[in-house]
Design a protein around this ligand. Structure first.
Ligand code: ATP
Ligand code: MG
Length: 577
């Protein structure tokens, strides 16, 4: 694909290069993106998607999409479907689609192996007792009184856990590692818990579910993942990840993956390497699924795909092109240093892509009438405009012009500030593609609001006339009043008013920082060519910004546009940058 920028080097790419040079993993590169289907994907996930799919693509490897569906209470097929759609929208296609739940039988066999090897035991401690026994960062934990059960007793109990004989929370299967370890994750962590909840993929087949670290490391090993890329908070879990892979030792115990082979699924087992990188964060944005879920459930936004949401389905509806998101994370780079990137940098990428790809159109968002008194009442003509100023391949279109047009209300000022170069009483301005008009009169309603601006058109400045090049300071856009198409236009702005909405200082939470002005809806007047365009079509409305027809609510004949971005970064301007 031509729109993929050249790959910048980063420490993970370097590890892969070195591994290939050393012929580790037989030169193969297998990565995976492992979302939990408990919400919609957001811009942070896109970083991980671009990295995992990008590395695989660059090195001729493969990338798996794997649903980490080990927590049935929170998961739903709606999320599974949205995640698939979002990954594809972002421009990636998985080579293999799997669910951690595909491996439940394998995980179970691995657990029995650990029990037989004396590496796991069934523990009756309650969750609260487990916490008491765990110790602290400075204090070693204590062994569970159930730690020395015999292999036979453990096997019997574990099988009965599986059979549903015990209540939720009554017991767990725990790894037998080291209660004195400096790494709390190694203090006999739970591997299985009882959870009598139907699962979105396996239904009622299971009532015990594997814990994250166990399921994740073994899923990687089962699938033959070579490089398991995850975010920094898993650094402390790596020893447990490695412990699970090493103790289960799939390479030397192929019988453990037999259930997969029987089901016709390959099991090209590996010893995967976990590598951590810093999460992607954006200012003015919350990115935790839990918080995004609360915004949706409490009706503070219209849904997961509300165009103000940082979800992929939200920014898609907002009109962000996938190429802009890919370019953004490529430029942001990959490191072990946590940082927060300005949202305006992402918007800059969006503008860059849309500047090149969005056809130009005329629209007036806040209209006032302008009448050209020296044109006949029934004047009508078609003017030809290029669809893109820098790219002839976009072609041209015809735009109707008549005696009355709409202009933006703020393109006319009776008492202009210094430096105002648009229309003023007695002043001149160029009507884009028409010629120079001069304001001769202004009409107002009883409260003093301007209702109509009267002008004369200097015929000598029209296209092909000797005065066509005559200079005036300002050029404004317009839409023929008679031909205009009314449209709902949604003007979106930031959802939060503060740089770090996750900062709970001052007794406030992210919910207290929601911006009241993040959505304003206006009825705009569009040039007629916009009356019948498909959903998800992007345009630049000249002088106003980038707009896209709404994915859900737009219909030909009843247009609904969302503002994707203004033409310039108004925040940087306001901040004096
Ligand atoms: P959240 O904290 O938003 O709930 P999560 O990490 O719990 O996210 P998962 O579904 O488990 O969500 O994430 C799938 C993958 O995406 C994981 O490998 C995770 O590390 C990665 N990921 C999640 N958020 C980010 C982020 N902000 N930047 C980079 N990668 C991320
Ligand atoms: Mg998670």
């Amino acid at each position: 694909m031509s729109d993929i920028p050249p790959v910048a080097n980063n420490f993970i790419r370097q590890i892969v290069l070195d591994d290939r040079a050393a012929d580790k993993h037989g030169g193969r590169v297998v990565t995976r993106f492992p979302p939990e289907p408990n919400g919609y994907l957001h811009l942070g996930h896109a970083k991980s998607i671009c990295l995992n799919f990008g590395i695989a693509r660059e090195f001729g490897g493969v990338c798996h999409l794997r649903f980490d569906d080990t927590n049935p209470a929170k998961e739903d097929v709606e999320y599974v479907e949205s995640i698939k759609a979002d990954v594809q929208w972002l421009g990636f296609e998985w080579d293999v689609l799997r669910h951690a739940s595909d491996y439940f039988e394998v995980f179970y066999r691995c657990a029995e192996k650990l029990i037989r090897d004396g590496k796991a035991f069934v523990c009756d401690l309650s969750a609260e007792q487990v916490r008491e026994y765990r110790g602290t960062l400075t204090e070693a934990g204590r062994n569970s009184p159930w730690r020395d059960r015999s292999v036979e007793e453990n096997l019997d109990l574990f099988r009965r856990m599986r059979a549903g004989e015990f209540a939720d929370g009554a017991m767990t299967l725990r790894a037998k590692i080291d209660m004195a370890s400096g790494n709390i994750n190694l203090r006999d962590p739970a591997l299985y818990r009882i959870r009598k909840v139907p699962h979105q993929n396996t239904g009622d087949a299971w009532c015990i579910y594997p814990m994250y670290d166990y399921a994740h490391s073994l899923s990687d090993a089962v699938e033959g993942i070579t490089h398991s890329l995850c975010t920094l908070e898993f650094e402390d879990h790596r020893p447990l990840y490695d412990w699970c892979v090493a103790q289960v030792d799939l390479l030397r115990h192929p019988e453990l993956v037999q259930p997969l082979l029987d089901a016709g699924m390959p099991a090209p087992v590996s010893v995967p390497r976990q590598i951590e990188f810093a999460r992607g964060n954006l200012d003015y944005t919350v990115m935790s699924k839990r918080k995004l879920m609360a915004l949706v459930q409490d009706g503070l936004v219209s849904g997961w795909d509300d165009p103000r949401m940082p979800t992929l389905s939200g920014v898609r509806r907002r009109g962000f092109p996938p190429a802009a998101i890919r370019a953004f994370w490529e430029r942001a780079g990959v490191s072990k240093q946590n940082s927060v990137i300005e949202f305006s940098v992402l918007e800059g990428c969006v503008r860059e892509v849309l500047d090149a790809s969005a056809p130009r159109r005329f629209a007036v968002l806040d209209p006032v009438r302008l009448t050209i008194e020296n044109l006949p009442e029934d004047h009508a003509e078609l003017l030809t405009f290029p669809n893109h100023p820098k790219n002839d391949s976009f072609g041209v279109r015809e735009v109707a012009f008549s005696r009355q047009v709409y202009i933006e209300r703020d393109d006319f000022m009776e008492v202009p500030p210094k430096g105002f170069h648009r229309l003023v009483p007695g002043g001149e301005v160029r009507l884009r593609g028409v010629g120079i008009v001069k304001c001769t009169d202004v009409k107002k309603d009883t409260s003093g609001n301007v209702t109509e601006v009267i002008c004369t058109l200097d015929a000598d400045t029209r296209h092909g006339q000797p005065g066509a090049d005559r200079k005036v300071k300002g050029t404004i856009h317009w839409v023929s009043a008679r031909h205009a198409v009314a449209a709902e236009v949604r003007l979106y702005d930031r959802l939060f008013t503060v740089v770090d909405p996750d900062d709970d200082g001052g007794g406030k939470t992210y919910r207290d920082h929601l911006s009241p002005g993040s959505l304003r809806t206006v009825t705009a007047h569009l040039e007629a060519s916009l009356a019948h365009v498909p959903a998800e079509s992007a345009f630049q409305f000249e002088r106003l910004g980038y707009f896209v027809t709404d994915l859900r609510d737009h219909a030909a004949g009843k247009p609904v546009f969302n503002r994707t971005a203004t033409l310039r970064d108004s925040y940087a301007k306001a901040a004096g940058k």
